[in-house]
Design a protein around this ligand. Structure first.
Ligand code: PMP
Length: 410
């Protein structure tokens, strides 16, 4: 059989697009901000990971422009050979200091960081133990390691203990997300740390969605729980709260030295280093994370208000405790109806389907940012209430629209 045959078959996503549900690959004609332009229309953006609203910050953009003028457009090589600029060395020192670790290593993306770190630290004969909902890059890193990959039930520490027990005397690496990207749940790190200690396992936390967001200083899930000395490796990305491209891992010096020198760290060795513009943006964004805690406070004020309102209306927002707000709708069809309603109302959200979620639990994923205004949030809540009621997802008391109207009148 010709393996290209499948390419000419109608893909379900194309079928949906043909039916008018353009939920994927939507082309934006503006910079990433609280409102974006799609097909010439302004939309409130609830589908980004721009948590602190820094992707369009003038200081972050200026840093990129200046870096291009000084360092050029690209690095044209791997960190190991010709791709390391003093900017890369600086950002590693800055990130290590920010995360209170000995050292850090900077990759070209967060995906590559998980791939490289996990596949270097674990190998044949070891066990990599991952949460069932772990991000794809954790799953792929575990596969690439040639270690035995075992999964435990999502956020279930008892099950983690059972799986660790089954690993016997093998070397053990537990890898979890700090915040789960589709559901906004926080990993129960204190109990995971204890389980790892009891079983002699090392712990890696991928805090792609926690850094800059959680913790008094924005140091993420680990700071949130006061576990800065208890987690062996923190992986982060510079594509979300720190808005450019790149990823990193921070750990004790010998671990970082090993990752720099071990050719099993293939995503680090065999890929071109991130351009100066990205690294300079990240450095500028990190300054803002450290100097402007008010952004984080604003994000959390908006998050608390939004979660309270959607739950008050009767939506199922699962166990989210963070700016990632999922609304479980159910079937694919109804989820697309909900998406269409929100799109028509000028709200940009993401549709999450299996295999990212179990069949029948399709959801609308929304993310809040520090740059959303109260008025924008009110408009989104009004749209959610009327569309949710129309689809029979919530009783639809009209309470939110009334509150918004009263506020406007006041
Ligand atoms: N880990 C998690 C939990 C993520 O959500 C993502 C990206 N969505 C990544 C890793 C990969 O990071 P990047 O996009 O920077 O490659």
């Amino acid at each position: 059989m010709d393996l290209f045959e499948k390419c000419s078959q109608l893909h379900p996503v194309v079928e949906l697009m043909n039916a008018g549900f353009h939920a994927y690959y939507r082309v934006q004609q503006s910079s990433p901000d609280a409102e974006v332009v799609v097909d010439g229309h302004s939309m409130i953006m609830l589908g980004s990971n721009n948590y602190l609203g820094l992707a369009n910050d003038p200081r972050v953009k200026r840093a990129a422009v200046e870096a291009i003028a000084t360092w050029g457009a690209g690095t044209t090589g791997s960190r190991v050979l010709n791709g390391t600029l003093s900017l890369h060395a600086d950002i590693e020192t800055r990130l290590a200091r920010f995360l209170r670790r000995d050292a850090a290593i900077f990759f070209t993306s967060g995906y590559m960081a998980n791939l490289g770190v996990i596949s270097s630290l674990a190998g044949r004969g070891d066990c990599v133990v991952i949460d069932r909902h772990a991000h794809a890059s954790i799953v792929d890193g575990a596969k690439l390691s040639y270690a035995e990959v075992k999964r435990f039930r999502h956020n279930d520490v008892k099950d983690l203990e059972r799986v660790l027990e089954s690993c016997g005397e093998s070397g053990k690496l537990v890898a979890v997300d700090g915040i789960y990207s589709m559901t906004g749940e926080i990993a129960p790190l204190p109990r995971i740390v204890e389980a790892c200690r009891r079983h002699g396992a090392r712990l890696l936390v991928d805090d792609a969605h926690g850094l800059g967001v959680l913790g008094r200083h924005g140091r993420g899930t680990v700071e949130h729980f006061g576990l800065e000395d208890a987690v062996d490796v923190i992986v982060g990305t510079s594509s979300k709260a720190l808005p450019a491209i790149g990823g990193f891992a921070a750990a004790q010096q010998p671990v970082i030295d090993f990752l720099r020198l071990s050719a099993t760290n293939r995503p680090f060795f065999f890929a071109t280093a991130a351009p100066a513009s990205a690294v300079a943006s990240i450095r500028a964004a990190l300054d803002i994370v450290e100097q402007e805690p008010a952004r984080r406070r604003k994000l959390w004020d908006t998050t608390r208000r939004f979660l309270h309102a959607v739950r008050g209306m009767g939506f199922d927002a699962g166990n989210s405790q963070t700016p990632i707000v999922p609304i479980t709708v159910g079937s694919i069809e109804r989820t697309f109806e909900m998406w269409k309603g929100l799109t028509d109302a000028g709200v940009f959200v993401n549709v999450v389907l299996p295999p990212a979620v179990p069949a029948g639990s399709c959801l609308i994923r929304m993310t809040l940012t520090a740059s959303h205004t109260d008025q924008q949030i009110d408009r989104v809540l009004g749209a959610l209430e009327s569309i949710g009621a129309r689809l029979g997802l919530i009783p639809g008391s009209g309470r939110v629209s009334e509150e918004v109207a009263i506020k406007r009148a006041g």
